[in-house]
Design a binder for this molecule. Structure first.
Ligand SMILES: *[C@@H]1O[C@H](CO)[C@@H](O)[C@H](O)[C@H]1NC(C)=O
Ligand SMILES: *[C@@H]1O[C@H](CO)[C@@H](O)[C@H](O)[C@H]1NC(C)=O
Length: 291
């Protein structure tokens, strides 16, 4: 009986778990991360269980993982700058450290009080980006912590907000000839900085420094990846980890329905439908449309 119940649980959980973490999520900052710059603008609460990034007129700040990773599952619980956040950008991203770099981005563009944040995502492969998608969120990201996560394996890069997939970038290297991040280890980074030259309404809304300091809060710091040296070309356990297995190689039907819900109700920009910018659609957009 217990075995049957356990089996059922596995089946049920398996169906909607492409982002379900397999390791404890709520770990302290120090376990996986270190400051990158302006470490005096990082505040530690509760022994590093919570961290606050502070932006003022002198500087923003940021942090990064200790390790570099080839594939895995990564999440961050974030509570964004509240009130008047226009001009500020908070980012959570993965990036390799070389010239033809790979990058997977979440960027949160602040706004005037009461106006919605924009969440912009992007994927760089071999140094080439220009793949922006922008959405509004279905909640106020400054009120509570929400989880922002990435599942990255040889088959796809999936972006999640809580358990909702908001974007999938499939490995289209074999059939469409689009470079896919697979051989350059990435670190995770997060930062808060002033970008009022472009962030809010295309740069028309400026940062109101009388509202400084601006504070973004973090918890979680979850990292479950194949750790590799920055020069590594492959992961020693490639193929053997949970994120490599069949059920994580694509979203399931329920997840595609959620993604469609985001497409229909919350998407404000998708490079794949920007005819002014791209006379010829980037090849991977063929796949993006199938969503
Ligand atoms: C994914 O990309 C790698 C490298 O570009 C390639 O060797 C591999 O065959 C691809 N896998 C799939 C499932 O397309
Ligand atoms: C800010 O609010 C304005 C007005 O609602 C909106 O057009 C814009 O998309 C919002 N977000 C950003 C980052 O500009």
């Amino acid at each position: 009986m217990a075995a049957v119940v356990a089996l059922l649980l596995v089946v049920v959980a398996g169906g909607a778990s492409a982002a379900a973490p397999r390791k404890p999520v709520d770990v302290p900052f120090q376990k996986n991360y270190v400051p990158t710059w302006a470490s005096d603008h990082i505040r530690y609460v509760d022994g590093g269980r919570e961290v606050q990034l502070v932006l003022d007129k002198t500087t923003g700040t940021g942090f990064q993982t200790r390790g570099s990773y080839l594939f895995g599952h990564f999440s961050m619980h974030m509570k964004l700058v509240a009130g008047d956040s226009a001009g500020t950008v908070t980012a959570f991203y993965l990036s390799s450290q070389n010239s033809e770099h790979d990058e997977i981005d979440f960027e949160f563009l602040g706004n005037r009080t009461g106006q919605p944040y924009i969440l912009q995502t992007n994927v760089f492969t071999g140094g080439k980006g220009d793949r922006e998608q922008r959405i509004y969120l279905w909640f106020d990201p400054t009120k509570e912590y929400h989880s922002y996560s990435v599942l990255w394996n040889l088959y796809m890069i999936a972006f999640f907000v809580d358990d909702v997939p908001i974007r999938v970038f499939k490995n289209s290297s074999a059939d469409l000839g689009v470079r896919y991040p697979f051989s350059q280890p990435m670190k995770l980074y997060s930062s808060l900085w002033n970008a009022d030259d472009w962030a809010t309404r295309g740069g028309r809304e400026k940062t109101d420094w009388s509202r400084a300091p601006f504070v973004a809060s973090y918890r979680g710091f979850h990292v479950d990846g194949c750790e590799a040296s920055a020069e590594a070309r492959y992961c020693a356990t490639q193929g053997a980890r949970w994120w490599d297995q069949q059920e994580f190689r694509d979203l399931d039907a329920a997840q595609y329905r959620k993604l469609q819900w985001v497409r229909d109700g919350y998407t404000i920009y998708n490079y794949c439908t920007d005819r002014d910018r791209y006379q010829a659609m980037p090849p991977e957009c063929k796949r993006d449309r199938d969503v």
